[in-house]
Write a protein that binds this ligand. Structure first.
Ligand code: IMP
Length: 199
């Protein structure tokens, strides 16, 4: 059995990845579980790809096994693609989800319904036992609401209305969100990468 080490300690992400990879003969552990919880990299890349690759390489250099790292951002068209790669800290270094959401609504208060397009993008980088990297990308298109609504999910979920829906991500169940979300799509892409790696 091959060990797969996840850079994230987020229990929801771990659960989703475990489900998708359950068909493979792999043992999935988070870096925290194997004593590398303090291994942090500065997420100062210009793109999600740069940051995910940086996290994956750092973990690969320190551990043995296949590693997985991810990075996600919300890209708003009328804000020239912001918050983008800075999604976690858009309103400042210690900003809460509520602070970030408030800033976006404020910046978009004069933007009409037709110009509120946005998308989430997740990049997952896998580095295999030979040190070769593989990338899975997931995108979910939608628009930014005029106010915050819903209690589920996290981050920008109360602001984001996915295409084809009239509710925000925070008003959908986890199951509904995962079936269309950027992260759900990127995680499902791991299946073909693992088929290739473990062939
Ligand atoms: P991370 O790369 O998964 O840590 O995501 C960076 C930031 O993007 C988070 O701190 C959230 O603010 C935001 N974010 C990521 N995924 C989602 C999502 O599925 N819904 C809403 N916000 C998200």
């Amino acid at each position: 059995m091959v060990r797969v080490i996840l850079s994230s300690g987020n229990t929801n992400k771990i659960k989703e990845i475990k489900e998708i990879l359950s068909a493979f003969d792999v043992e999935i552990v988070s870096k925290d579980e194997i004593g590398f919880g303090t291994l942090e990299v500065q997420e100062d890349g210009d793109t999600l790809e740069d940051n995910a690759m940086k996290k994956a390489k750092e973990l690969w250099n320190h551990t043995g096994g296949i590693v997985i790292a991810d990075d996600t951002g919300l890209f708003v068209k009328s804000l020239d693609g912001s918050p983008g790669v800075h999604s976690a800290r858009y309103a400042g270094e210690n900003a809460s989800y509520a602070d970030n959401n408030k800033l976006i609504l404020e910046e978009m208060k004069n933007i009409n319904k037709e110009n509120r397009e946005a998308y989430f993008k997740t990049i997952i980088v896998v580095i295999d036992l030979q040190g070769k990297s593989h990338i899975s990308e997931g995108i979910c298109k939608g628009e930014i609401a005029f106010s915050s609504s819903g209690k589920n999910g996290f981050g920008y979920d109360p602001l984001f209305i996915p295409e084809g829906f009239s509710n925000t991500f925070a008003e959908l169940t986890d199951y509904e969100k995962n079936s269309i979300s950027h992260r759900g799509r990127a995680v499902r892409g791991l299946e073909s990468i693992f088929k290739d790696i473990l062939r």
